[in-house]
Write a protein that binds this ligand. Structure first.
Ligand code: PAF
Length: 274
């Protein structure tokens, strides 16, 4: 892959890169479409990265379907599938990690303390292998995209990080490989996460600026999910992810949600632009 990417660069091809953990859905494929529109060669990686999962998380049961993924990628006209082996990525003696700092300790970082270290390490390594001009990430993982952008700026990675909109199911549930874990009733009720985001948008469009009130009303909607545990709802500045009490004109915000529905941890968000 590294050699091939070097040759592509020598022949002045632009490389678009979509890193994934597989079990692809329309969210991933929208990143592929964006990459194909912007680059002459699109590389997709599939690698379920062990270092971004804590021991109590779902690494072993993370859904996999390589055959279906290959078909989707082929039909979409992807040029290269990079599917490395865990032994190649993390050979014996591997001892170097990228530790993102303050941005990785809040929100998702509070609940998944080693997660962003694993993400930055694998993404940084994949960037060195695939040598992309553009890399595409979904807004669904808004904090991940921000951490990766910060890493690229701070460590001078020579590429552009492109963040693409959330793709939703017909009823509004954000597409995620983990949705497959939801039992039918949980799947039905999980849409309340999106409904709470829509309600927040409505309140804001009616002039509500106090974020405590918005979060309180969102919580009331999420309480309609029978078996849930809300990790957080936070309204944050869209650049530095610091929490805000009052929304002000001229800034962008994310409303972030992380919630367990049954045993499945789901995240979602909405970008609020004034
Ligand atoms: O978002 C994901 O699927 C993963 O975190 C990524 C970026 C592929 C790194 O393993």
């Amino acid at each position: 892959m590294q050699e091939f990417a070097g040759e592509l660069r020598l022949s002045k091809k632009t490389i678009g890169f979509v890193p994934t953990m597989g079990y692809l859905h329309q969210g991933h494929m929208s990143l592929v479409q964006e990459s194909k529109a912007r680059s002459s060669c699109t590389v997709v990686s599939i690698f379920v990265n062990p270092t971004q999962f804590a021991p109590n998380e779902d690494l072993a049961k993370y859904p996999r379907d390589l055959k279906k993924d290959c078909l989707l990628l082929e039909n979409a006209g992807v040029d290269v599938l990079f599917f490395p082996d865990a032994q190649e990525i993390y050979p014996e003696g591997f001892d170097t990690y990228i530790y993102p700092d303050s941005l990785s300790r809040i929100h998702e970082g509070e609940f998944r303390p080693i997660h962003f270290r694993g993400v930055c390490t694998i993404v940084g390594m994949l960037f060195n292998i695939v040598k992309p001009h553009f890399a595409f990430f979904g807004q669904k993982d808004a904090q991940q995209a921000a951490v990766i952008k910060r890493m690229c700026t701070d460590l001078k990675f020579d590429l552009e990080v492109v963040v693409c909109p959330i793709i939703r199911e017909n009823d509004g549930l954000a597409m995620s490989s983990r949705n497959v874990y939801l039992a039918p009733k949980e799947r039905q009720q999980a849409v309340k996460l999106y409904e709470s985001l829509l309600h927040a948008q409505k309140l804001i469009s009616e002039g509500v600026r106090n974020t405590n009130r918005i979060v309180e009303e969102m919580i009331q909607i999420i309480k309609g999910i029978e078996n849930h545990k809300l990790d957080y709802i936070r309204i944050v500045n869209a650049v530095n992810f610091s929490e805000v009490e009052m929304l002000k004109t001229g800034a962008d915000y994310y409303i972030l949600i992380a919630c367990r529905v049954g045993v499945t941890r789901l995240i979602d968000n909405e970008l609020i632009r004034f």
